[in-house]
Design a protein around this ligand. Sequence first.
Ligand SMILES: [Cu+2]
Length: 111
Amino acid sequence: MKKFILGLMLSTLSFQGFAATRVITLVNHQYEGVKQWLPGTIYANVGDDVELHLINKKGKHGFRIKAFNIATEVGKKVVKLKFKADKTGIHKIDCQLHGAHIGGQFIVNGK
Ligand SMILES: [Cu+2]
């Protein structure tokens, strides 16, 4: 009976995988005229729930990840985005308001 329960627990674990909730804070930074969301590269594992907290202290900037149909504008109020990292790959992050804004990347690892 103990083996059966242990097996059931292990199969439940493997079915659910090890998806986690990743809370990542990005800050819009400007240095000598160059604007960038930092950190420039963020990571998740496929299946993770992702919660991004976007902070911008000056003006308004866009935050876009086309691969996840995300495009929002960030003023002085913190913007929180929640979505599932359901696509593996290296996904571009950019600012849809300013072409010169340095882009970043969202890397989603497979299992
Ligand atoms: Cu911008």
